[in-house]
Design a protein around this ligand. Structure first.
Ligand SMILES: [Cu+2]
Length: 148
């Protein structure tokens, strides 16, 4: 009898433990998009290019964290899925020898190529802005290129 009630109590405890783990995640999931894990950009076996597609939406890049290797060419296929709002892709770092600035109109696909030579963390963003409204960067439209 004592054994039964102990296992019952343990059962209730484990349900509570599971709930406390799952509860916050469910609440978080309700009001924000699921996190996309960092993308280790694959190297194309045919041409040796590190190639990835980045989706531009209002106001995000997906994936927003890309990991590439230094000294090898990178090609980003910037694909806008908006119907009206234009965006852009700015990645500038004097120290990193990178200066990329490309407009991506609504529904457009633009390809950028560059070869990062210096390992580091480089932020990219969209600086489009409509009149007195906050810029897209201020609305969270930024991402991270991690060069290893
Ligand atoms: Cu934008």
């Amino acid at each position: 009898m004592g054994k039964v009630s102990l296992s019952l109590r343990l059962g209730i405890l484990s349900v509570l433990a599971l709930w406390s783990l799952a509860g916050p995640a469910l609440v978080t999931g309700a009001d924000q998009a699921p996190q996309v894990p960092p993308l280790q950009v694959p190297i194309d076996q045919l041409d040796g290019v590190q190639r990835a597609t980045v989706i531009l939406d209002s106001y995000s890049y997906t994936p927003r964290h890309l990991i590439v290797q230094a000294g090898k060419p990178v090609e980003l296929i910037l694909t806008s899925i908006t119907t009206i709002t234009p965006h852009n892709f700015l990645l500038k770092s004097e120290a990193g020898g990178l200066s990329i600035e490309r407009d991506v109109g609504s529904g457009d696909t633009v390809t950028v190529q560059f070869t990062p030579m210096k390992p580091g963390l480089y932020l990219f963003n969209c600086d489009k802005k409509l009149l007195f409204f906050p810029s897209h960067l201020e609305k969270g439209m930024e991402g991270l290129l991690e060069v290893r």
